[in-house]
Design a protein around this ligand. Structure first.
Ligand code: SIN
Length: 335
């Protein structure tokens, strides 16, 4: 790997990669998001040797990704947009928790004009582990960010490069915890070299309408519209519609349903979702199956998520859609 074609900016957000445990043999009883991003880079001396002054860090947040709030996601998107606009920057690396990395990857994919690489990475073991996986993942992520021709939002972990659309965390413990389903990974990182199996992703770049109208940051909180509440409900044997009715009564703006099979729903849950839709709640149907996507039928009364997203990514997509609508309705003062 050679870093030198431009700056690589490493943005820290927390996660197990920055986690610490009381003893080195403990890979599960740790606290995530304890170590600063510059310290993580300093722990990989080969990286500093390769990159020289071309590697810079910025701590955007320090959170366990299960607690990732939308305001941090918006700030992260704004910081990414800021650095991507700098001609001196060749690519970005983001250190992140594994638990919701696929949601953040999808969020950034939907927002950023990423003609340069935006590489999220993570670890399953804390920084204090006997054999941590974070340092190798960081090294591999920088290799991808520095690769000429690389572009788009990807996740690099355990030697594989995954696209934001397909990547899912599929294992709660193994170091090789990610999978890209039917399409497989975009490529692999081997001894600092990137071997691609698919083309680099091209992203949607919704950008300014959501990040505040500029690459510099989000709009002031006071100017933001009320954030839409979007929840996920699941179909299962014995399901009923009560949870939907309660959410509607509580002011939910959007509902993603993780349906069974090809979008099938218990009749009581379906009736409640139709009531919700009639009351103005945006509903999207996805499947709880991990492979494939729901194939819509002309007779469907509830809209199927058009992009074939997993329920958690469909929730991000619907949140962005509703958020943009609210910002637009609020007018230019919203930024
Ligand atoms: C997190 O997602 O922040 C903690 C778990 C992990 O990174 O593996």
């Amino acid at each position: 790997m050679q870093v030198g074609a431009g700056k690589i900016v490493v943005l820290g957000t927390g996660g197990t990669i920055a986690g610490t445990a009381a003893n080195a043999g403990d890979n599960i009883g740790y606290t995530a998001a304890q170590v600063g991003v510059q310290q993580l880079l300093d722990a990989v001396p080969v990286l500093a040797a390769l990159a020289g002054g071309a590697l810079v860090s910025e701590q955007v947040a320090q959170v366990d990704s299960k607690d990732m709030p939308f305001d941090v996601l918006l700030t992260l998107a704004a910081r990414c947009a800021h650095h991507l606009a700098d001609p001196a920057v060749a690519g970005l690396v983001i250190t992140h928790g594994t638990d919701t990395i696929e949601e953040t990857a999808w969020f950034l994919h939907a927002l950023l004009d990423a003609r340069k690489p935006v590489v999220l990475t993570c670890a399953m073991r804390p920084a204090t582990a006997l054999v941590p996986d974070g340092p190798q993942n960081l090294l591999d992520a920088v290799a991808v960010a520095a690769m000429p021709g690389a572009r788009g939002v990807v996740v690099v972990a355990a030697g594989a490069v995954h696209g934001a659309l397909s990547v899912r965390k599929v294992h709660p413990y193994r170091i090789d915890a990610f999978d890209s389903g039917e399409q497989g990974p975009l490529g692999w990182v081997e001894e600092g070299r990137v071997r691609m199996a698919h083309a680099w992703p091209v992203n949607a770049a919704l950008g300014p309408g959501v990040t505040g109208g500029s690459s510099e940051g989000t709009a002031a909180p006071s100017a933001l519209p009320v954030w839409p509440r979007v929840e996920i409900v699941m179909n299962h044997s014995g399901a009923d519609g009560r949870v939907v009715d309660l959410l509607v009564a509580d002011g939910v703006a959007g509902l993603v349903v993780a349906a069974t099979g090809n979008g099938t729903l218990h009749h009581a849950l379906e009736a409640a979702l139709l009531r919700a839709q009639a009351a103005g709640v945006a509903v999207r149907v996805t499947t709880r199956c991990t492979l494939g996507r729901v194939l819509a039928r002309p007779t469907d009364a509830l809209p199927v998520d058009a992009q074939g997203l997993s329920p958690v990514k469909a929730r991000i997509a619907l949140w962005l859609e509703l958020y943009r609508t609210r910002r637009t309705a609020q007018g230019p003062a919203a930024g």
